[in-house]
Design a protein around this ligand. Sequence first.
Ligand code: ZN
Length: 150
Amino acid sequence: MSELHDLYQEVILDHNKSPRNFGPMEDADLTMEGYNPLCGDHYTVYVRMDGDVVSEVHFEGAGCAISKSSASVMTQYVRGKTREEVEAIFDSFHNLVRGKTDPAEAAETLGKLAVFSGVSEFPARVKCASLPWHTLKGALEHRKEPITTE
Ligand code: ZN
């Protein structure tokens, strides 16, 4: 587990310092705002769809290292996945960060996302890690109101 833990630190530091796909997207098909009032994380997620496939995701905003790195990894991970696949990944990821999945098992399906299993040790940070995913899901569901973790 310490290997996964080291990787967790590394991924969070790296993606917090240089977030991928960070910045607004012109002509996004879907846009959604998400807030985590407990921590102050606030992001906007932009999605470009190609039929039923997520072709590109961008995000902008501000928040803690965990929320920002989670959003950054998410934008890379969901590209090319169908709406249905993204929902399945969201469920697996959500279970992982809540400590409901064995991390080693999750690594097989979630790949790089499995490093966020470290979050499950810190219940207050679970919402930070899952906020970008809740926001993306809200965008895919064409929700009208901003997403909030509370
Ligand atoms: Zn946070």
